[in-house]
Design a protein around this ligand. Structure first.
Ligand code: 4NP
Length: 146
């Protein structure tokens, strides 16, 4: 799960997908395309909205996406177009590139919709992001556990 800062959207996506899969079988992680918040906890508004839905994301620390992530993961989900393009810039070959998806395309294939960046908005933006990610992660969880 990849966003810009790895403090708002992708930590939520990580927590939500983890809540839907068996952690002994599936490794879920998140990262940012920027290194601006490395080592930071998720944004308190993401922590709060996750908590409201029974998910604890306070064990997460922001990190930057690296080329090694292409070797560690089968699927790489970008939250928006900018993240998607920045991840692709690090891809070494076609195999790497085929792993990268826009997360909301799980809801509607080919729609290329973005998870809006809630960083500069209010609480409602975080609930909206939670709902989008919850719907996408339900589909992802079904796919990878079937
Ligand atoms: P995220 O949100 O990419 O969902 O973690 C942001 C976090 C921080 C900033 C922008 C977006 N920032 O400008 O520091």
């Amino acid at each position: 799960m990849v966003c810009l800062g790895n403090i708002c959207r992708s930590p939520l996506a990580e927590g939500i997908l983890k809540s839907k899969v068996n952690s002994e079988l599936v490794t879920v992680d998140s990262a940012g395309t920027s290194g601006w918040h490395i080592g930071n906890l998720p944004d308190p508004r993401s922590v709060e909205v996750a908590k409201l839905h029974g998910i604890d994301i306070t064990d997460q620390k922001a990190r930057a996406f690296t080329q090694e992530d292409f070797d560690r993961f089968d699927f790489i989900y970008a939250m928006d177009h900018s993240n998607y393009l920045n991840i692709l810039k690090l891809a070494r070959n076609k195999h790497d590139r085929t792993k990268v998806k826009m997360i909301l395309n799980e809801l509607e294939a080919g729609s290329d919709e973005e998870v809006p960046d809630p960083y500069y908005g209010g609480e409602q933006g975080f609930e909206n992001v939670f709902q989008m990610l919850d719907a996408s992660c339900a589909i992802i969880a079904k796919k990878i556990t079937n």
